[in-house]
Design a protein around this ligand. Structure first.
Ligand code: 5GP
Ligand code: MG
Length: 180
């Protein structure tokens, strides 16, 4: 892998395709073990997580379902300092279900924190776990932890494998980080 130019930014290789797929196999093995007698429902947060979700889902041997949601916030509809969020495309009742949320990256933690507290927990699922491909421990300021983590990475912007810069670079099978 060599330098990657996306619009005005230069990126350097961080994780190869085989590193990513090997790690995803390990996570899938763990999930297969943890949910042996259960039928979890995966909630995938779009757009960035589509490749991660697809690769992990192919490696599952348990009976499970998958649903894709897009997070939006109701800007200006309420007079609160924190805009509530809504999950577009979430048509299931999560009551009593074993939920595994998949996201591309845990950065500040805001998205996952709000999704879990505003959308998922109020529906009273039986259990909730979170899986992320990437985790930036130095960036995370919300009280949220992932149960399955692919890689801990530095607090630098990354692209590839579903993650974009201004809409581009999602198609790359490996992950790159912004060159300093
Ligand atoms: P949060 O700050 O709420 O944890 O992250 C929200 C979303 O911002 C992530 O799900 C991801 O889509 C995007 N994001 C955070 N860090 C990065 C990054 O380094 N690169 C890219 N492409 N997206 C990121
Ligand atoms: Mg995302």
């Amino acid at each position: 892998m060599s330098y990657l130019q996306v619009l005005d930014k230069t990126f350097i290789p961080l994780l190869s395709e085989s590193q990513i797929l090997d790690r995803i196999q390990n996570i899938a093995d763990e999930i297969n073990q943890d949910y042996k007698n259960k039928q979890p429902l995966f909630l995938v947060i779009l757009n960035g997580s589509f490749m991660f979700a697809s690769d992990i889902f192919k490696k599952l041997s348990i009976q499970s379902r998958i649903s894709f949601v897009k997070i939006a916030s109701y800007k200006g509809l309420v007079s609160s300092t924190e805009n509530p969020i809504t999950a577009i495309g979430l048509d299931q009742n999560l009551h009593g279900q074993d939920i595994i949320i998949l996201d591309d990256i845990l950065d500040t933690g805001k998205t996952l924190y709000r999704f879990v507290h505003d959308v998922v927990l109020p529906m009273h699922p039986n259990s909730v776990k979170i899986g992320v491909l990437l985790y930036k421990p130095k960036a995370c300021v919300f009280d949220i932890k992932a149960d399955y983590v692919g890689f801990e990475i530095d607090n630098r912007f990354v692209v590839g494998y579903g993650l974009d810069y201004d809409g581009y670079a999602r198609n790359l099978p490996e992950i790159y980080q912004l060159k300093s």
